[in-house]
Design a protein around this ligand. Structure first.
Ligand code: NA7
Length: 550
């Protein structure tokens, strides 16, 4: 392998590295740092003009961390970094997360190895050279034995295909591609399609400023108060006090946060006890509403109904107009779509400048240059906000569509299912590694920590390959099949696969429909460690054809 801090070697117009990384978001940034620390030469490409990935793009009004949140939605690879960064709020705003990532990029001098505003348009494996070659939108080509796809689980936007939408002449923004210039809603009639996290975070903000907001809802959602509040200096001090103990607790927790595990089951409690518990959690708010609830919510229909009823009652209490409240009643198993945190979402429907359209009864028929037309009539609008989400988890890998052995495209390989082993590797695509891809815990785990843990494992694997003179590695199709069965087995023991969601691919027409994330939480990291301990069981190895300085 070549050594770091050297100018890239070129042959023809191709630059040569040890590792090419696609994506400069949370995962790609750590990948760069980690492989550089290993002494490898690394190049990162990203289509955006700066670091941050999802946090660079999703700057819509109200965008915040809506998971368990700060101060533990962060990297853990550097104790100093954890010690020196102050988080202001429990649910950090997008700008605060981006400021943190910018600090990381500065502190570890990441940008010097990242080429921005550069899309990787083609990635192809050369079997003879045992290297990947990438072609980019700027004309630069690069080759490396290892390709790391840190392309994001939530980055390929889902643009709805609705008749006339391209004829709409007003302003139109997707929440996942929000402009960097300020967007004014003042005096405007705004329609928002989508009531997932992005819609539910942005609608109250838009309604405060706009003349009128029409919310176009396909699925009514469970959402609970975000309970955002300042982080006290004492809490920050506590989080820093014993770095090793905090990290150990994060590693042991199923979701990667330093929280205590509990064994409460809803069905062991009376309805009164359950409601008292839910009420306490509701008053506190935050993602812990779900984590500190009961462990059988996601597996027992009866337990699930107890929580669903509690939230539905809350919606009826908050929303004054009973007809609107009924349209807002969710009817799926709670928690089987991404749980949502809000700041005054249901209250927003008490404003007289907000109208709710239930698309199940009153579907969109078309757009005109100045309006959206639903079955019941025309809604004149000046602006359209598409909070319609993403082709999640597998979408960005398919958009990249790498070509593996024999020129086979990932699109062909993944026609019926997102075949993979350990959520990291794909048969026929040697030396390619996915971060947060299908088959991994991905969005079900603290994502910065998950990226670190996957990338540390990959780094060790690369060291193993070099030590043993191996030039290429890929999983066997048998190990892919066994892994797929394991992932599905865990999911099928829960209620998750029974609901249409972006977790099951149901939001994208034509996408294979099954629950593709590994739901075993931190058990996953034990599984991949066990595979490593057994000399990378399940992989097929190929001797290096020749020295790496090809
Ligand atoms: P989501 O959670 O996928 O939400 C998208 C929303 O858009 C959801 O309500 C969809 O309804 C709706 N949608 C999508 N396509 C259409 C069409 N064609 N017509 C009407 N409504 C549509 O994306 P978010 O950006 O909110 O959140 C993604 C993640 O980002 C989130 O979980 C956080 O982790 C951060 P549906 O429910 O599919 O019926």
């Amino acid at each position: 392998m070549t050594s770091t801090n050297q100018p890239p070697r070129k042959s023809g117009s191709i630059e040569h590295y040890d590792v090419v990384i696609i994506g400069a978001g949370v995962s790609g940034m750590y990948a760069l740092h980690h492989f550089r620390e290993m002494g490898l030469s690394v190049r990162v490409y990203d289509g955006a003009s700066d670091i941050g990935g999802t946090w660079w793009y999703n700057r819509y009004p109200g965008a915040r961390v809506d998971g368990p949140g700060s101060p533990f939605y962060c990297y853990t690879f550097s104790e100093k970094l954890m010690q020196e960064w102050d988080w202001a709020e429990t649910q950090s705003e997008q700008s605060a997360v981006l400021a943190y990532l910018e600090h990381v990029a500065d502190r570890f001098d990441l940008r010097r190895d990242i080429q921005f505003e550069t899309w990787v348009e083609d990635a192809r494996y050369d079997e003879a050279a045992q290297r990947w070659t990438v072609e980019t939108s700027t004309g630069v080509s690069a080759s490396a034995p290892f390709l790391i796809c840190a392309v994001g689980a939530l980055s390929t936007t889902n643009m709805p295909d609705i008749p006339g939408i391209n004829d709409f002449a007003g302003e139109c923004y997707h929440t996942g591609r929000w402009p960097h210039e300020p967007v004014s809603f003042e005096g405007k009639r705004v329609a928002v399609i989508g009531t997932g996290s992005s819609g539910i975070q942005s609608i109250p903000e838009i309604a405060r400023e706009a003349a009128h907001v029409t919310v176009l809802q396909r699925t009514a959602q469970y959402s609970v108060p975000a309970g955002n509040r300042p982080i006290t200096p004492e809490e920050m001090a506590e989080a820093r006090e014993d770095f090793d103990a905090i990290c150990a607790k994060m590693h042991a927790n199923p979701g990667g946060f330093p929280f205590d595990n509990h064994t409460r089951m809803a069905l062991d409690h009376t309805p009164e006890e359950r409601n008292a518990h839910y009420e306490k959690l509701w008053q506190r708010g935050g993602f812990k509403f779900f984590l500190d609830g009961y462990n059988d919510i996601a597996v027992s229909e009866e337990a699930n109904a107890s929580l669903a009823d509690f939230i539905r009652d809350k919606i009826r209490e908050i929303v004054h107009d009973p007809e609107t409240a009924e349209k807002l009643m969710p009817d799926y198993f709670v928690m089987t779509k991404r749980p949502i945190l809000d700041d005054g979402y249901f209250e927003t429907f008490n404003r007289d400048n907000v109208t709710l359209v239930d698309l199940r009864e009153d579907p969109i028929e078309r757009f005109t240059p100045t309006s959206v037309v639903t079955r019941s009539g025309e809604h004149p609008i000046d602006m359209l906000v598409l909070a319609t989400g993403f082709d999640a988890i597998s979408g960005s890998m398919l958009r990249l569509n790498p070509k593996g052995r024999g020129g086979m495209s990932l699109e062909e390989r993944w026609q019926d299912r997102f075949h993979n082993y350990l959520g990291l590797t794909i048969a026929g695509f040697p030396n390619l590694f996915m971060i947060h891809g299908p088959g991994s815990p991905g969005v079900f785990y603290n994502m910065p920590l998950g990226a670190e843990r996957q990338l540390n494992w990959i780094g060790d694997f690369m060291g193993h390959l070099e030590k043993h003179g191996m030039g290429a590695v890929e999983p066997t199709t048998d190990s892919e099949e066994a892994w797929g069965n394991e992932v599905s087995g865990i999911a099928n023991a829960t209620l998750f696969p029974r609901t249409d969601s972006w977790w099951t691919g149901a939001n994208i027409p034509g996408k294979p429909r099954y629950f593709s994330a590994y739901l075993g939480g931190s058990l996953y990291y034990q599984r991949i460690a066990d595979v490593a301990a057994k000399d990378y069981e399940g992989f097929a190895f190929e001797q290096a054809h020749r020295a790496d300085d090809a």
